[in-house]
Design a protein around this ligand. Structure first.
Ligand code: AMP
Length: 416
């Protein structure tokens, strides 16, 4: 894989997979342009080198071709404003050859939504897996996917993948296309490069002590991550809704708290595994409980092993805030995924805020901190602390799969 910084794209055609899957309101105005801005370093590099930039992305989950609601034409003007030059639009990603041939140095072209074609994802449309004809349709799609991918690859001299959010998908534009470029002609964009570097800091080049904070609602969705982290971390803080599955497994009374009753044995085996591996697994010692799942509920602070029948755990208590904070502040590498309480309600956001504050303090003292995975990003943004941690990942699912220890096809294919 080439390093994008070492290349000069002058007079070259460069196809860049970006993630322009931006939220749009009912009038097709972009309501959050973070993803467009995140792609700007790569976009600017190609333009400033005097290359010809071909951008490709998906938007939403269209099921037909074309699908007005998911057309990338809605973002063309805005993109042009951000880039500071006109963006040429190819309204069919498979019929763009002529427009691309006419491009001049410094031109920018955006292909229409790749997912208008089923070939992008390689998912059969209109027939369910169990239905007759599915296998034939799948086979035919596999063949036509090769043509689709080849056509995209034919547009350019270089392939750059800057869409970290889809790096865990082996789609035509995110992975398969890389097979059509040799190692010197494919690479990560700047955003993808930063994500990979951040992941390496928590998965490979770890400065110790390493603390992972895993929160969120359920343990079942985080099992693989927890298992993998038990091989890496010194401290594992488990918090949020999953706390109560652990407390119940340990014989506690958890009242109305969220609990996965079929995961009690799993909880006990994770506790044992942590012990066997010498990992300091930290659980809450006090909880803010409420008589209702609402911001204005009546609350009290209790031992999470002894929650009254009519109450449910909503956040960590003051003692636990201190305890978690101490562990975090003494760490050199920190990974945070998932809030430790129902942070959407202000009255139950104090625990997550305390975690964020401790991470910021540790970061100031030289620790590397990575925040990622849907709700933790929302959390750190709510507290306005995103600029005070080392890195906030832009890719929820992709980051989680990387932490599970899985190889991401979008990155692996660049190395072949
Ligand atoms: P996840 O998508 O699994 O990361 O879960 C994030 C969600 O977990 C957030 O919406 C939080 O409100 C929720 N959550 C955190 N703590 C609790 C809790 N004690 N009870 C119920 N939900 C919680």
């Amino acid at each position: 894989m080439k390093n994008i910084e070492q290349l000069n794209f002058e007079d070259k055609r460069v196809i860049v997979r970006v993630d322009f899957n931006v939220p749009l309101d009912e009038n097709y105005n972009i309501t959050d342009d973070t993803r467009i801005r995140a792609a700007m370093p790569t976009i600017n590099k190609v333009i400033n080198d005097g290359g010809m930039l071909i951008l490709m992305s998906h938007l939403g989950r269209p099921k037909k071709n074309p699908d007005e609601k998911y057309s990338l034409k809605h973002i063309v003007n805005y993109l042009g404003q951000v880039i500071g030059k006109e963006v040429i639009f190819a309204d069919d990603c498979m019929k763009a050859a002529e427009k691309i041939a006419a491009m001049k140095a410094g031109d920018v072209l955006l292909l229409e939504n790749l997912r208008f074609y089923a070939e992008e994802e390689g998912k059969v449309r209109g027939i369910e897996k169990e239905e007759e004809g599915y296998d034939e349709a799948k086979k035919a799609l596999k063949e036509s996917q090769k043509e689709f991918t080849k056509t995209l690859a034919s547009y350019a001299d270089y392939y750059v993948n800057d869409a970290f959010g889809t790096a865990h998908r082996a789609h035509a534009s995110t992975a398969l296309i890389a097979d059509y470029f040799d190692a010197d002609h494919k690479m990560c964009g700047f955003l993808m490069g930063k994500e990979v570097e951040a992941i390496d800091k928590v998965m490979k080049d770890i400065k110790r002590p390493f603390t992972a904070i895993m929160g969120g609602s359920k343990v079942s969705t985080k099992i693989d991550i927890i298992e993998n982290l038990l091989n890496k971390v010194d401290n594992l803080i488990l918090c949020g809704g999953m706390t109560y599955t652990f407390k119940k497994a340990l014989g506690g009374n958890i009242g109305k708290s969220i609990c996965e009753n079929d995961k009690l044995d799993l909880a006990l085996s994770l506790l044992q595994e942590a012990k066997d591996k010498g990992v300091n697994l930290v659980l809450a010692e006090d909880a803010v409980v409420a008589d209702n799942f609402s911001n204005d509920a009546n609350t009290m602070v209790v031992d999470p092993m002894d929650i009254p029948e009519a109450y449910e755990g909503m956040d960590i208590g003051p003692k636990t805030r201190e305890m978690f904070g101490d562990v975090i502040r003494s760490s050199k590498t920190i990974l945070w995924n998932g809030p430790c309480g129902v942070f959407e309600f202000d009255n139950f956001a104090n625990g997550s805020r305390a975690i964020a504050e401790a991470i910021v303090e540790a970061t100031k003292n030289g620790a590397f901190s990575l925040i990622g995975g849907g709700d933790s990003v929302a959390c750190i943004n709510k507290f306005d602390m995103a600029n005070d941690v080392s890195y906030v990942s832009t890719g929820g699912g992709a980051l989680l799969e990387a932490i599970e220890g899985k190889e991401l096809p979008g990155i692996a294919k660049l190395k072949d």
